[in-house]
Design a protein around this ligand. Structure first.
Ligand code: ZN
Length: 156
């Protein structure tokens, strides 16, 4: 039963992947961009930079990339974006994000996440050893419900 559920989920993931690439190539109104910096809470960073004070419930509402040249780029909170909320390790490292930018919005959507460390680049995701599947955020495994690990793979 569990294995069948696994296979179904892998099938759905593959179908989504096959769909995503042609859609990505054909869509108008956005383009991809590579940005480097550190992931922060937008309003905390604006507090530090500009003395802006928001109401307490808004402090951790919006995730942003503080780029190496000092810009604050808000991040769409899909499962990739929520990954930064769920795992504080991702907010402590130097990162490179491949993002989708939209003509009519300041928000960027994360497509791929890398850690930049000592001049090397590591692609990051989460991995379940038992099911051999990757996920985009820290949680229990989609398949076996067991623990998953942050996976770092060096990109040459
Ligand atoms: Zn698993």
């Amino acid at each position: 039963m569990q294995i069948e559920k696994c296979k179904l989920q892998i099938g759905v993931a593959v179908a989504a992947l096959l769909c995503a690439f042609p859609c990505f190539a054909q869509d108008e109104g956005h383009e991809s961009e590579t940005l480097r910096g550190r992931v922060v809470w937008l309003f905390e960073a604006m507090g530090e930079e500009h003395g802006v004070t928001v109401v307490p419930e808004a402090e951790k509402r919006v995730i942003a990339l503080q780029t190496t040249d000092g810009r604050l780029v808000p991040i769409v909170e899909d499962v990739r974006g929520r990954g930064f909320r769920r795992d504080e390790r991702l907010r402590k490292m130097g990162v490179e994000l491949l993002v989708r930018r939209f003509d009519d919005s300041p928000f960027a959507q994360v497509i791929r996440l890398y850690e930049i460390k000592d001049g090397s680049r590591y692609e990051l995701d989460y991995w379940c050893d038992i099911c051999a599947i990757a996920m985009y955020e820290l949680k229990h495994c989609d398949c076996c419900q067991g623990p998953i690990e942050l996976r770092r793979r060096e990109v040459k």
